[in-house]
Design a protein around this ligand. Structure first.
Ligand code: XMP
Length: 321
């Protein structure tokens, strides 16, 4: 069935919010619904809509996979708490690191994360909660990319390890499926979500693991997490599409405390882009790069080299993995 797109120019956010809220309310009735919040604009918007419609009958979980940015789980949960929306953090770091152990291949990493999220962690929560409804922040671009084969198949039942025939009555509700990202941002703003959410810079689902070349370990995530925090602090004033720090697998020789040190290498990427399909490196002022490099060398243990990427996408991609 073809989904009717609601273009941002024709979107009446008040009407949209009222219609979707009523729809969720009438579908779920007196039952329970469940959803996973990541803090991205789509899942945040769905959480607010679901909360408006169902109040306490919506169970929202933040799955901490151990791959998020500094303090991200706590920041997101307390932001929602202020808005009156209870969110439970599920600490699943160990499971994710276990699943990622020994994997260096980019696609295998993504697969390990997807499997752990759906089959192991969220799948179990869904089954235990006895909720018959799952709220998902799928948008029209996700559907298009799935049909075009760009994204992995979004068959959520299959990913959750649930047989829809056996789990009779189990339903997925996708209130944002007629919208593109710009429409979702408008709805998010109208729902009272703060600018930090509705204007949020893109951040990938597999989180910092897309920025660790080679094996993802607790220690290597900690390195890239620190470098990311510094990069985000220093570049927050730059009007770029997305910026990031990447930890390389190769080591390079440097000098620290007068001694040779075969140390770590961080690459900075900062992108100008409209839709992430094409991108070019932002022409950052040299002083900004200089400050960034100094801080990373000083504050991130083991790093002896900082570089800036000057390659366009394509042939580069935005993330390193
Ligand atoms: P690439 O690296 O493909 O990134 O040029 C384009 C945009 O997509 C984001 N990205 C992802 N988002 N899951 C996601 O949810 C992923 O596996 C993934 N890989 C890349 C990336 O941050 C950029 O905005």
């Amino acid at each position: 069935m073809k989904i009717r797109e609601i273009k941002v120019e024709e979107l009446n956010t008040k009407e949209f919010i009222s219609e979707r809220t009523q729809e969720i309310y009438s579908l779920v009735g007196k039952g329970l619904a469940i959803n996973a919040l990541s803090g991205g604009v789509d899942s945040s918007t769905v959480t607010m809509l679901g909360h408006k419609a169902l109040g306490k009958r919506l169970r929202t979980y933040f799955i901490n996979n151990g791959l998020m940015r500094q303090d991200e789980p706590q920041k997101i949960v307390s932001l929602f708490q202020k808005l009156g929306v209870p969110v439970e953090i599920i600490n699943a770091q160990k499971k994710f690191f276990q699943a990622l152990k020994g994997i260096a291949d980019p696609e295998e990493k993504r697969e390990a994360i997807t499997q752990t999220f759906y089959k192991d962690v969220f799948g179990k929560l869904v089954k235990e909660s006895k909720a018959k409804y799952l709220l998902q922040g799928t948008i029209l671009t996700d559907v298009d990319e799935t049909v075009a084969g760009i994204k992995r198949q979004h068959n959520v039942f299959e990913q959750l390890g649930i047989d829809p025939k056996k789990a009779f009555g189990y339903k997925i509700i996708e209130p944002l499926v007629q919208l593109r990202k710009d429409g979702v941002r408008k709805v998010a703003e109208d729902l009272g979500l703060p600018e930090s959410i509705y204007k949020r810079m893109p951040f990938p689902g597999p989180a910092l693991s897309t920025r660790v070349i080679g094996e993802v370990t607790l220690e290597r995530i900690e390195t890239v997490r620190l470098a990311t925090a510094i990069t985000e602090e220093e570049l927050v004033f730059i009007n770029a599409f997305q910026y990031m720090a990447i930890l390389h697998q190769d080591r390079v020789t440097g000098i620290r405390d007068g001694k040779r040190d075969f140390g770590l290498q961080i690459e900075i990427r900062c992108w100008d882009s409209i839709d992430a399909r094409n991108a070019r490196p932002t022409r950052l002022p040299y002083e900004v790069l200089d400050r960034l490099a100094h801080r990373i060398i000083k504050e991130v243990p083991g790093v002896v080299s900082v570089t800036y990427n000057i390659t366009c996408k394509p042939p580069s991609t935005m993330e390193a993995v």
